[in-house]
Design a protein around this ligand. Structure first.
Ligand code: RNT
Ligand code: ZN
Length: 415
């Protein structure tokens, strides 16, 4: 049954020439790659409890951290059941599901096969990441750029086998698995030879990526960063490094919203980057003063990102992944609300009278653009979102609150 407030909203948007049904249909086709690591504070299942390393850190000790693959999958099933639409899971190599304890350079597809089976059963796509942190061979905060060839070779091998695992996942699921490469490499204090470090990183990446795979099965991405804890002075894989690398080598470029100077507008980068690389990967995140990986809010940064994706027609070649982790609140609530915020932002963008706005700008009628963008903020987006959730049988409002709290209570005795 169509609710009266949706019918009223539909009419309100129709007056602006916006078809809410078309927006809802489009929204339902946009997958979000939900990151596995929000569920357990980036610990993983290698039997290591030393924390994440590499300058990334989940803070807080809220009860309910998933300790096993089964617990993480149960939490994810709950989360996906409360997120409208069909989505993906972004898995890190440290989240293997196996009784074996292989070293990072000895991982095999079989260690991830339970995830693939589960993803198939749940209609989820899978993405993948080699794990270049939280490991003794990464303690110098150098991996692919390490001066020691033995350490570089270890990580090159890890990267190679992760690509083999990812391509197999792509074959199994019948669509491309995005394999994102982020390394923590950098220097705490001012280096005197940045060039050699960057040349090493490039050579290692070249070796890792040398084997060609079918792009319908595997898409490699590279993720830049401005700085991290412990590598304040220099990150080897900077934005310029990877932008150039992605353009020259034909990989995807991953833009993490926490990996730039706090005043930079990440949404502004999309159109520039999209002129030079075919496809983009996003790590949608919320930095607060630094790369703090707060859960994303429905704030201006996210709205701007979604609007650029829609207005620049980039949804077809942008993979939307999330990257946040907060252990001070319910982890499942963080997943659900954060992912829904990305969807809400996309819905708002899809509900804009884009051509009207763009034509005013093309006419240099900035006054109209200003008036219109402000008036559009008052349109009844919430009623359209509610209709989306209702059709997809997921709760909203106080029912959502109760659902999230009930589940959280059911996992709170995990120690
Ligand atoms: C770290 C990067 C990276 C990680 C994940 C766990 O700063 O953002 O993407 O958060 O790989
Ligand atoms: Zn990231």
């Amino acid at each position: 049954m169509t609710r009266p407030d949706y019918t009223a909203a539909q009419e309100a948007f129709a007056q602006w020439g916006v078809d809410t049904e078309a927006a809802l249909d489009r929204l339902a086709t946009i997958p979000i790659s939900v990151h596995c690591w929000q569920g357990d504070d980036v610990v993983g299942f290698e039997g290591v409890t030393a924390g994440s390393g590499g300058g990334i850190q989940a803070t807080g000790n809220h009860p309910g951290r998933a300790r096993t693959p089964d617990e993480l999958r149960a939490d994810l099933e709950f989360a996906y059941a409360n997120i409208p639409g069909n989505h993906r899971l972004n898995l890190h190599a440290s989240y293997l599901d196996s009784d074996e304890t292989p070293e990072r350079d000895a991982l095999e597809y079989k260690h991830f096969a339970p995830w693939v089976d589960w993803a198939k059963e749940n209609g989820l796509g899978l993405d993948f990441n080699p794990t270049f942190f939280a490991h003794p061979k990464a303690d110098d905060n150098l991996t692919l750029a390490h001066p020691d060839k033995g350490i570089r070779d270890f990580w090159i091998r890890h990267g190679q086998i992760c690509r083999e695992i990812a391509v197999r996942i792509g074959q199994e699921q019948g669509s491309a698995c995005v394999n994102n490469i982020w390394v923590p490499d950098g220097f705490k204090d001012i280096p005197v030879d940045r060039m050699t470090a960057r040349a090493r990183l490039e050579a290692s990446l070249d070796e890792m990526l040398a084997q060609r795979f079918d792009k319908t099965q595997l898409l490699d991405a590279v993720e830049s960063k401005l700085f991290g804890l412990g590598v304040e002075a220099c990150t080897v894989g900077s934005h310029e490094f990877y932008l150039g690398y992605a353009i020259r080598k034909g990989t995807l470029l991953c833009l993490d919203m926490g990996h730039f100077h706090p005043t930079e507008n990440i949404a502004d980068k999309l159109s520039s980057v999209a002129l030079s690389v075919d496809e983009i990967l996003l790590h949608v995140s919320r930095p607060m003063r630094w790369d703090s990986d707060h859960v994303i809010l429905l704030n201006d940064d996210i709205l701007a990102m979604a609007q650029e994706l829609v207005f620049a027609d980039l949804l077809g070649r942008t993979h939307i992944g999330l990257d946040f982790f907060d252990a001070t609140i319910s982890r499942t609530a963080a997943w659900v609300v954060g992912t829904r915020n990305m969807q809400k932002a996309l819905l708002r963008a899809l509900l804009q009278p884009m051509e009207m706005l763009q034509s005013r700008e093309a006419e240099l009628n900035f006054t109209d653009r200003f008036i219109l963008t402000e008036e559009l903020k008052d349109l009844p987006y919430g009623a359209v979102w509610d209709a989306f959730c209702e059709r997809q049988s997921v709760p909203t409002g106080l029912t959502l609150l109760n659902t999230l709290n009930t589940y959280q209570a059911s996992v709170a005795d995990r120690s």
